[in-house]
Structure formats: C-alpha cells, structure tokens
Design a protein around this ligand. Structure first.
Ligand code: GDP
Ligand code: MG
Length: 335
C-alpha cells in the first residue's frame, strides 16, 4: 500500500473544539483545552501516525476579530497556518445556532484554495434532527468539499473523517519521525500545561491575562527541574492565582506536574512564581516572547533566574484535589 502524508489545518471560532479534536486524533494531549474561549495562542502541530499514513494536524488560535497586540499576533499565526496545507477543516459547534461569528469564520476560510471540510462538532450534545437544517444553513454560505458531524470529545465520526482526508492526501513519505506526536518542544508543552491548569483554577477575566514563561528547564537522569513564571496584569489577579495561603498556585503546580510527568514520562520538580506585568497583552516584545516559534530561535543562551522567592510553590508534596479541574483527557481511538 502506498504511504500517504500531508497537512490538515483545523480552524474555527474560539471554543469550537479544535484543540480537543487535535488531541483525540493524535491520541494524546498536545494542545490545551478549556471551556474558556481563546486559550490556544500559537499554532501547533499534532501528528497522527498510522502504518499507512501520517497526517500533520495544525491546531490554530480561534478565528476572531483582533483587539490587542496579542490577538493580532494570534490572527497572524492563523494566517501562517494556511501555508502549505492540503486540507482546511473548519470546525463549528453544532450545539449553538449559526451566527455572525460563523459567517466571519467562513469568510476567512475562503482564502484557502483547496478542499474545505465542515466539521459539525459536539454532536454528543445535539439531537440528530437538528443537524440537517444546520448543514443546509452552512451549505448556503459555502460549497464545502465534505461535511462531517463529529464529536471531538467521544471520537464519534472521527475515523470516517480521517479516512476521508486520506483519500485526498497525496502519496508522500512521512514528514516527521513516526514516533513523534508534536512539533512543540517539551518546554513549551510544559508552559502550556501550566497555563491550562492556571486557567482551569481561576475565574472571569484572569485566564486571558495569564502568560507562562519557562525560566529554566534542566533535565537530569532521573529528574526534570522546571522553573516557570506566571505573568498577570494586576495585583488582584496575582492574589487570585496564589490563593489563600498559596492554595491556588499549589494546586496548579500539582496538577501541572502530574500531567507533565505522564506526558514526558519522567519525575518532575516544578517551581512556579507569579509576577505582575501590567498590560503585557499590548506589549509587543512580551507577546513576541510568548510565540515559541520565535522563542526557539533565541534559545541556546543561558537564561538568568531572577524570580522572587516569596511566591514560590513547589508541586512535589500535595496530593489532594487530584482530578476535578483537569481538562478532559483525549480518547484512545484506533485511527
Ligand atoms: P478550541 O478553542 O476550539 O480549541 O476548543 P477546545 O478544544 O478548547 O474546547 C472548548 C470546550 O468545548 C472544552 O470545554 C471542550 O471540552 C468542549 N468540547 C470540545 N469538543 C467537544 C465535543 O465534541 N463535545 C462536547 N460535549 N464538548 C466538547
Ligand atoms: Mg484551542
């Protein structure tokens, strides 16, 4: 059998389920997932490996109208995600009505000159009779190559979807080693997992104000030591992240450490710090630093650790509240 390989970009409005789909298709957590929109900030690639094929899936920030430097960069990144891809998959939440945001997403998808799939997601939450009118509604706006109702969460419809993509993907050697599942360097996986746990632990405006920077990432034979700083924009947000007597930051550290230990398969010593950096979302140099594609070019030099000790919380010693805040784990599908 000929080997097939190619690139599929997953785009759609914030919260449609892009990152969930990526994780489900890859079979492990490579992108963070949260009930709050706009958590994915950079495009990242997850790799689906089969004996007969390799599909590189590009997860993207949600399609939205940019309002600050950070969100302009996110939309910029989204534009880059279209370069060199074979198939565009526009994913929409089928459990909500068609609205102006969906039209905006479709308008955006028109830039791509290749097959555009419509994925109607979250069908585990939708009564089947509602799907047909929704498909008709979407089809009025755009001529999709294929329409697939799916549940990124349960995996329903995902195998058919992958097989349909494979029919359209070219015969090609794998682009990545076949045991690789993401193009994201480990230190950025770490930053993203920490950010996910912080988002899940906090409320209201705080999640959008959180940036995580890895200060050091030192791998020993038996232990990986990670120091990271969580930046927020205001003192009040810092207080929420730290919590009463450090309870919140401690929980974030514990959840992040456990998940990272299972992803990276090594014991981890994780230290977290919290700092206030007013208005960082409008600070271009800070926003640039958050983009790991650019950061990668700068790594190599040794980074100083000047974090203040007072807000520290290590994640080594706390076992309570294990799973309640965790994002849903990806499904184990045979794809
Ligand atoms: P993104 O912003 O498009 O990347 O969306 P996420 O993947 O972060 O998902 C947003 C929210 O929708 C999370 O709470 C997910 O658990 C939830 N979600 C995603 N896919 C499904 C699905 O198929 N069914 C249900 N019920 N929830 C889903
Ligand atoms: Mg996402």
């Amino acid at each position: 059998m000929p080997f097939k390989s190619g690139f599929v970009a997953i785009v759609g409005r914030p919260n449609a389920g892009k990152s969930t789909l990526l994780n489900t298709l890859v079979g492990r957590k490579v992108a963070i997932v949260s009930p709050k929109p706009q958590t994915t900030r950079n495009r990242i690639q997850g790799i689906l490996n089969r004996d007969d094929a390799q599909i590189v899936l590009v997860d993207t920030p949600g399609i939205h109208k940019p309002e600050n430097v950070l969100s302009r960069q996110m939309m910029d990144d989204l534009q880059h995600a279209l370069e060199g891809i074979d198939i565009l998959a526009l994913i929409a939440d089928a459990s909500v009505n068609f609205g102006p945001g969906d039209r905006f997403a479709i308008e955006w998808a028109r830039r791509f000159h290749g097959p555009v799939y419509l994925l109607l997601n979250k069908i585990d939450r939708v009564a089947k009779p509602r799907l047909l009118p929704l498909i008709e509604r979407y089809s009025k706006e755009f001529e999709f190559a294929e329409v697939f109702p799916i549940s990124a969460l349960t995996g329903e419809g995902c195998l058919d979807l992958v097989n349909s993509w494979l029919e359209r993907l070219p015969e090609h050697q794998p682009y990545f080693p076949q045991d690789q599942f993401t193009d994201q360097p480990e230190r950025f996986v770490a930053a993203e997992i920490i950010r996910e746990k912080a988002i899940l632990t906090t409320r209201h405006e705080v999640p959008y104000a959180i940036a995580v920077m890895i200060d050091s990432f030192e791998e020993g034979p038996k232990l990986l030591r990670i120091r990271a700083t969580l930046y927020v924009e205001r003192e009040g947000q810092k207080a929420i992240l730290i919590g009463k007597r450090g309870a919140a930051i401690k929980a974030i550290g514990t959840h992040a450490r456990k998940e990272l230990e299972s992803i990276l398969d090594i014991h981890i010593f994780l230290e977290l710090f919290v700092k206030v950096q007013p208005g960082w979302r409008d600070n271009s140099s800070m926003v640039r630093q958050l983009d790991w594609h650019r950061q990668l070019e700068q790594i190599g030099g040794y980074q100083d650790n000047e974090a203040e000790e007072e807000d520290t919380a290590d994640g080594e010693d706390d076992d309570e509240n294990d799973d309640e805040d965790d994002a849903k784990a990806p499904q184990n599908l045979e794809l």
